[in-house]
Design a protein around this ligand. Sequence first.
Ligand code: SF4
Ligand code: SF4
Length: 393
Amino acid sequence: MEQEVKEKLGNDILDILSYCINCRFCLPACPLFDITAGDMRQGASGVTRSLYYAVKWGMTDKETLNELRDIVYSCMTCKNCEIACKNLATATKLVDAIEKGRQLLIEEMIGPMPEQKRALESLERYQNPYGMPPSERKDWLKGLDVPTFSKESEVLFFVGCTAPHDAYAQNMARALVKLLETAKVKFGIIEDEVCCGNPSVKMGELLLFEDLCEKNLDQFKSLGVKHIVTLSPHCFDTFVNRYPEGAMQGIKVQHYTQFLVDLIDQKKLTFGKKIEKKVAYQDPCYLGRHNDVYDAPRKALHNIPGIKLVEFNRARADSLCCGGGGGRMWTDFEAEIERIANLRVREALEIGVEMIVTACPWCYINMVDGVKSVNVEDKLKVEDLAELCVGAL
Ligand code: SF4
Ligand code: SF4
């Protein structure tokens, strides 16, 4: 059975990557190429070629597999390579191949990266990837009067695991609560919320993902959830693209930026205060490239009086990843000479903005780190869109 699973994964990888004509148009699109000084193994076609030949030649020695693991897990699953391939070559599904490669490395007991193993163990034990005991999960609610989801609730605010764990993401969650209250939305949260499973599915640990998926689906069903609004684009993507379509039927899922625009359109949310700022918006990969949500956050920004949105030179489908997707929040790689977030911070300085606006907890954390590490805290601020909206109420 185990062997059959491995063979199927190997065949799927070869099948997906057989579309690749090795033109390497995807290579410069990959942020790994930027941060590894052009190391050919690290760009998109480098990652997938390494995987292709390891499977094709049936490589089994531990040293080679460990090297392959470092290459395959360095990918952020940002999807930039797929867009390049779709526009210029053969529409090869590189991210699918890479994710299957990770599943195969897990089957071989080689994956994931050592630091990522702790996140998976925590998911198994505490149902969150941060080693946070369930009692601590509720700490961020102190001083707030956030309702628990009940029969009266129309919207489930799915908080995700990062906000209860990290102060910046917590600011986002608090801001969104304020906006929902202002718009008089009948919403609620699940106090003992369970991770959507994104880190496990991205690291290739599917059994764990299925377990978390089942737990969430049971909760949604028993509570009668019909509408979910997520803080994180990663939870949003997981519910929309990874949960079984049948089980999610009748449940509307939105990222919070989409819901805010609905509230603005219905005049339930209006911004009266002027915020005179020149800002750039950081498209999260899992909102933009993975789900084509580009306009909603921009529309919300345009509704804030005084805000001047300046686009990054790489924006929308061409946007640069923050460096945190695909399990990369839990690991660093020695071969990398620069952090991607630092590149993004420099790009923001080049276009002369005072603030980077995010719509994702991981983008937020990485951009704040980038600003500190480039040492430009006096020139460039980072705020989440929800916080900016609260400032304009
Ligand atoms: S652009 Fe597409 S076809 Fe060309 S090397 Fe990359 S994956 Fe292969
Ligand atoms: S998904 Fe992003 S990080 Fe991964 S290989 Fe493609 S371009 Fe590179």
